[in-house]
Write a protein that binds this ligand. Sequence first.
Ligand code: C5P
Length: 396
Amino acid sequence: MLKGKHIILGITGSIAAYKSAVLCRLLVSAGAEVKVVMTPLAKQFITPLTMATVSQHPILVDFFNPENGEWNSHVKLGEWADLYLIAPATANTMAKMATGVADNLLLTTYLSARCPVAVAPAMDLDMYAHIATQRNMETLRQDGVHIIEPGSGFLASGLVGKGRMAEPEQIVDAVKGILSEKKKSLEGKHFLVTAGATIEPIDPVRFISNHSSGKMGYAVAEALAERGAKVTLVSGRTSLAAPEGVERIDVLSAEEMWQACVERFEQTDGAVMCAAVADYTPVEVATEKLKKSDDDMKIELRRTKDIAATLGAQKGGRVLVGFAMETQNEQLNAEDKLKRKNFDFIVLNSLRTEGAGFRGDTNVVTLIDAQCSEELPLMSKREVAEKIVDKIENFL
Ligand code: C5P
């Protein structure tokens, strides 16, 4: 569950910081990659050396390294993370988070984080019970921050009551729960996705098609559905089963796919065109199987309709995403297609890159919009789908 997950562990100045080392160790041994951000005061409670050793990464405290001026980018850190866990979280840090104060790296990272955020409060019982702290925690809850409730018991002050940071094992369980929660950020939205290869019949037994497996499109449909969107998947030939909760419309030819998409596009909030649509189709389809003869044979082909371009022309405020698979001048061709088909962004996969393209479970893509171009590393098609859906959300 935690394998390969990127977690930022924020540590603030509380005596409970001694438990952060155990917490970090548990996360790392469960397979997570952990980067630690500390407030300046947290260093008084647990040393950066200890945390660097257990996290296997240098510790981040300052905005920049005073030795060489190297910038610790809270923006990149925020983008990298799947979860930002602040444990322990003091009353002071939670108050600042609640009001958007950004006077240390831990807090600027909070404001930059796009991922879920969880805090494990730790403080004396009176501080915890104080109306100001409770008010700040309520604000954080409303802002979508997960609060991992403290326990009751013996406190550092010598008093007994509620305020002890949850035990590291409980925090790890809470983290697993948060990471497995599906973001329902697209509830109420409707998307059309095309996927798979079209089939252009020559006669009752033969056809023209291509190598598309449909995996990328099905992964996009699944990722959209998991975030709560209604998904209509217009699917050409593939051997895949429809993802849970997705309505699948099976089509064969480019013409049928065009029809199915044009009929539905208007009711949607956007479309992702993953299908490998034939550009040409036989002018005539023989009703009987063509007999072979000793002569060569010619099949006359005509252009199919461009589904993406048709939807692009009637797009309005909808989000439209296309794919490009190029073998040469990749970037230029993709940018040209972006404009021509009126896409909001285009996903470029180059056949030249190892691990990209047809049939496989991985892909190497560049996401290109009118402003920027973002090259992603080798990822599973499902992970690429998540990135595409993240970007769609930015355009909505
Ligand atoms: O022009 P090209 O086929 O390279 O463009 C690729 C993009 O256009 C893909 O998103 C593909 O699904 C879409 N497309 C389409 N209808 C066509 C041809 C391509 O929707 N007839």
